[in-house]
Design a binder for this molecule. Structure first.
Ligand code: FE2
Ligand code: FE2
Length: 278
């Protein structure tokens, strides 16, 4: 059985429609035939407000999937776990580790907020699913687990470290993506695509042989990308025959402009409040 109905609403993004809160962060509400999945939670300030304004009941969340452990994807966890008492949480064990970004000698902690870690710690064990390999959430929905880093032109996308002195690079091994299978192809959700968008799409194709990738939504993290990386990403989107590309969050204006120039109206910028039916 394939999903005849897939509806994705952007709950949190760096930009937001009228009456909604914007913040540097990401969260998607995914509705399929029989599942309500929350993919990431933003920093925590916008999630509840925007869900309420969009008439989305977070209490109905069946599954909470965390793309990786950065603060701008995990801050709303306490609210979700409080509202959806039976929710199953999926994430790589690395999401709770300390981590930092560094620019111009300035060190910033970008780990999951403490309140979110405490909330996860209180979750009944049977509701907590640590993801170390590909996992099926249903017959037609899956999460990748760690994504092999194969391309030469992609990297995690920033000065990320596991220690505040910048000695140990953080390759963001906890990064994962979600896919939904439909008759005519796959819909892919990424958080920040720290594994590289091309690596991510290749791995999802490997997990779903023969299916094209019809839709891609999420943060592509191409802010600091080289021209080669941008060009290779666009070529891959051609190869995977994606007819709906929705960059959000950390994709970067230069990358979005280039994507639109080359792929035309297959590309539309996603902001909080927008809903897509696939
Ligand atoms: Fe992010
Ligand atoms: Fe991130």
């Amino acid at each position: 059985m394939q999903n005849s109905k897939v509806k994705i609403t952007i709950l949190v993004d760096n930009f937001a429609g009228d009456g909604l809160v914007s913040e540097h962060g990401l969260s998607f509400w995914i509705e399929t035939e029989d599942k309500h999945i929350l993919f990431d939670t933003g920093q925590g300030g916008a999630l509840k407000n925007n869900a309420h304004a969009l008439d989305i009941d977070l209490g109905k969340t069946d599954m909470l999937v965390l793309s990786h452990g950065h603060y701008d994807h995990t801050g709303g966890i306490p609210d979700v776990l409080q509202m959806a008492r039976n929710v199953k949480l999926y994430g790589h064990p690395g999401i709770i580790q300390p981590r930092y970004s560094m620019s111009n000698e300035e060190v910033k902690s970008i780990k999951m907020p403490r309140e979110s870690m405490v909330a996860i710690d209180k979750l009944p064990r049977e509701q907590l699913h640590w993801v170390r390999q590909p996992v099926l959430l249903s017959n037609t929905i899956g999460i990748t687990g760690p994504i092999p880093r194969e391309t030469s032109f992609e990297d995690p996308g920033g000065p990320f470290y596991l220690d505040p002195r910048g000695k140990n690079a953080d390759f963001i091994d906890d990064d994962l993506a979600l896919w939904i299978r439909k008759d005519d192809g796959l819909i892919v959700c990424v958080g920040c695509a720290h594994s590289g968008l091309v690596n991510t799409l290749k791995h999802i194709r490997y997990l779903n042989p023969g299916l094209r990738i019809r839709g891609i939504i999420g943060g592509f993290h191409l802010l600091n990308a080289s021209r080669q990386r941008l060009d290779e990403t666009i070529i891959a989107l051609h190869v995977f025959e994606s007819d709906s590309v929705i960059p959000c969050h950390c994709t970067g204006d230069v990358a979005v402009t280039l994507l639109r120039e080359v792929l035309g109206d297959r590309v539309s910028y996603g902001t909080a409040g927008m809903t897509y039916e696939f």
